[in-house]
Write a protein that binds this ligand. Sequence first.
Ligand code: PMT
Length: 397
Amino acid sequence: MNEMQDKRIVLGITGGVAAYKAAELARLLGKAGARVDVVMTAAATRFVAPLTFQALTGRPVFTSLWDAPQENGMAHIDLSRGADAVLIAPATADFIARLTHGLADDLLASLCLARDCPLLVVPAMNRQMWEHPATVRNMAQLRADGVSVLGPASGAQACGEVGEGRMLEPAEIFDALRASFQPKLLAGKRVLLTAGPTFEALDPVRGLTNSSSGKMGFALAQACAEVGAGVTAIAGPVALPTPAGVTRVDVQSALDMREAVFATVPQTDIFIAVAAVADYRPAAPAAHKIKKGAQTLTLELVANPDILAEVAARPDAPFCVGFAAESRNLAEYAEGKRRAKQLPLVVGNLVQDGLGGDANVVTLFDAAGAHPVPPGDKLTIARAIVRHIAEMLDAKN
Ligand code: PMT
């Protein structure tokens, strides 16, 4: 599903250094099939020439209320009517202040006032400007007015300082805009999920783990957040950024993961166990580094608790979704796990298809049978799983 196909996006660009990144954003939007009308403030044209955006979008670029480029001279009305979203990236402190106070002193500010479609702003400014009480007040007012605020990120700034106020990257802005067009299938639902591997310490420097990257779990966290759920992800050791709007709790071992899950499960509507939890852990991890000695070393392992089985057995169990990672006989083993743990839904995948990489091939197993999902990247697959969960919840109610 391409949520951006034929969407009419007004891309507003205001005068900050990050304006150059809006060129990549315009390109991504156009590539995804959106019709992009670029509107620049006078200051923005000092940073990037309108011609850049004209070339990237194949459409005229609007810079002034007085150019009257539309037939009736009402560019601020024509541009916002029929638009699916107005996206301001970058949004400077000055533009945010003008927006907050409803000023209409240039084309971009006027069309923001005259619009009836969603408005998304992507702040970009120096960290002290971002932290200034005036900006803090303005942002609170914009949020209260129903404006979606994307970012900002934290890090090195063009002025040489480090802190909050960097504009999100174009791909992140694109993803957030695309997500805003998805139906809010899980609005109001609280999702708890586990992701990644666990690490079972043998001694202070070594341990038992596996090659789960956490990508499938993080894709599901993102997919759930996109459709309106409040998401908490309990993550084993993985090197992945946290998807927007997701609360992340980092853990190491299966016992840590169990503790973190049980702290949140009473406030959970849907539990999705994506983590590749170690079935066993060393019986007695050494307090100090194990020294090389004998030719053989025997490890004694004890079973870890099965987090998913314990959650599913609770009297107040949320809607539980398990994963089954197999190397053969997928249908038999996945359906077997579903029945053994009495789960409404199990997502089955072969490790050779899904472990570690960016893509996967999954089949969904529920009481109605097996439902193969078309192969794809993990986010596309995660969105298909979320749609299936939403349908099952709908049918249940
Ligand atoms: O992380 P990636 O690189 O993206 O790879 C994704 C994945 C292959 C790890 C993922 O798609 C997947 O299949 N996750 C489940 C891995 C697994 O441990 O499967 P299992 O068949 O051993 O466990 C069955 C279910 O019980 C799983 O939902 C698991 O999270 C859960 N479990 C298992 C053991 C345990 N002690 N506690 C659990 O909660």
